[in-house]
Design a protein around this ligand. Structure first.
Ligand code: ATP
Ligand code: MEV
Ligand code: MG
Length: 419
């Protein structure tokens, strides 16, 4: 079998999920937003040689989807159309049309969007890399507001950019390389949910925390927030399924039908994010902590007003109000998925325990423990023994704890992660 790649396989790439602190949905309308990466919740992509296939194999066990495309399938896609994608800031309609034909059996399923972003980025970045298998495992909940779509898009963009030789250094991922990854991950996000703001892929690429604003000309402006505070918070997943694509298009519909009502709400979200970023850069002054709590309450109310909450999310908000432990807002696209609760400064710990227990036992919600900020995208080449000992994490019934324990790119990792 001929394998044409610029770098040796196997290797693993990884990118984090994120929590949006202020500005989900309004970010799509070019308002300010603030988000931080969730250091321990990440997507991992293993790139290895196929055992018996000279096309391209895809394995997405988290969503129970796998597929393979033969060289004949791939060669049918028009090369001139593929070349057009390199200069575009959005999805090329001609390539999408050809891929819709290849993926016609999946149309309108959730797997369609995952396969579309995979094939679109693969063809745009490394259409000649063959005889390879791509397996993705995430320790993030999928479709729950923590940026799983951006994190997989960043992994794909980084892996394909390595395979075509665009990123060849084994020292570090340079600033230019990150810009390249972020651009292509944004296109992957466009394949998955239509009109992303770009905040999720920026955080998954760069890590840490960012203040972000999309500009009217489609470019993005973002600043890394250094020393982002480790906010005392509880992150809760309702496990209620929802789709970012549908929620984002619902808000766009409201903005179109009722611009005089929607615009002031989005403007208020902008002001919340601007003030929030001032407070977060100087959280050491205790006097501002109550104001931060207040902004969280206001931001959630504004999100309710544009129709993206859910009774299951309101349960978390109501309980944190009843127990007086802090302020809760939905995070990500809402409609289910996750909420975070910023705890009061001198919170009563027994009330926090009651909060955890009630959400877990009565509602069967899942509570995450994760710090904010930390490493963005990274990769590691695997030596033969490493590959042998880690492969089971991608094919077997490994738990998210097993995966994090073995792969998390923390300072004490035994793997040589290139960041
Ligand atoms: N580990 C994964 N394996 C395969 N597909 C994935 C994976 N993670 C994300 N996806 C793709 O992303 C989609 C979920 O993206 P969506 O934007 O709806 O939710 P999210 O990114 O988790 O939340 P939010 O956008 O609110 O932060 C899935 O339906 C799938 O297409
Ligand atoms: C809802 C949204 O604002 C955040 C999803 O995590 C969409 C986006 O900004 O792309
Ligand atoms: Mg998403």
């Amino acid at each position: 079998m001929t394998i044409t790649t610029a770098v040796p396989t196997p290797f693993i790439v990884s990118a984090p999920g994120k929590v949006i602190i202020f500005g989900e949905h309004s970010a799509v309308f070019n308002k300010n937003a603030i988000a931080a990466s969730v250091s321990s919740l990440r997507t991992y992509l293993l790139v290895e040689q196929s055992e018996d296939f000279d096309g391209v194999e895809l394995n997405f066990p988290d969503i129970n989807y796998d597929s393979r495309w033969s060289n004949d399938d791939i060669n049918k896609i028009n090369r001139d159309v593929i070349k057009e994608t390199s200069t575009l800031k959005h999805v090329c309609p001609k390539l999408k049309e050809q891929l819709d034909f290849v993926l016609k059996d999946l149309k309108d399923s959730l797997n369609y969007f995952a396969a579309l972003s995979f094939l679109y980025l693969y063809l745009s970045l490394c259409p000649d890399a063959r005889g390879l298998k791509f397996t993705v495992k995430s320790t993030l909940p999928i479709g729950a507001g923590l940026g799983s779509s951006a994190s997989i898009s960043v992994c794909l963009a980084l892996a394909f950019a390595r395979l075509n030789g665009h990123i060849s250094s084994n020292e570090c991922i340079s600033k230019e390389d990150k810009e390249f990854i972020n651009h292509w991950a944004f296109i992957g996000e466009c394949c998955i949910h239509g009109t992303p703001s770009g905040i999720d892929n920026a955080v998954a690429t760069y890590g840490n925390a960012v203040r972000f604003q999309r500009q009217d000309d489609g470019t993005t402006q973002f600043h890394q927030i250094n020393n982002f505070p480790q906010l005392p918070m509880v992150l809760t997943n309702t496990k209620i399924k929802r789709s970012t694509k549908i929620l984002v298009s619902g808000v766009a519909d409201l903005a179109k039908r009722k611009p005089l009502i929607a615009e002031p709400i989005l403007e208020a979200m902008d002001q919340v994010a601007i003030r929030g970023s001032e407070l977060l850069s100087d959280i050491s002054k205790d006097i501002h902590y109550d104001e931060l709590l207040e902004l969280i309450r206001v931001n959630h109310g504004l999100l309710v007003a544009v129709g993206v909450s859910h009774p299951g999310l309101e349960v978390i908000k109501q309980l944190s109000d009843e127990l007086k432990i802090g302020q809760t807002k939905l995070t990500g696209a809402g409609g289910g998925g996750c909420a975070f609760t910023l705890l009061e400064k001198n919170v009563d710990h027994s009330s926090v325990r009651k909060f955890h227990e009630t959400l877990h036992e009565k509602y069967k919600y899942q509570i995450f423990e994760t710090g904010l900020g930390g490493v963005g995208c990274c990769f590691t080449e695997l030596r033969t023994e490493e590959f042998k000992s880690l492969k089971h994490l991608f094919i077997g019934p490994a738990t998210t704890q097993d995966i994090s324990l073995a792969l998390l790119p923390s300072p004490d990792s035994t793997l040589s992660w290139v960041k």
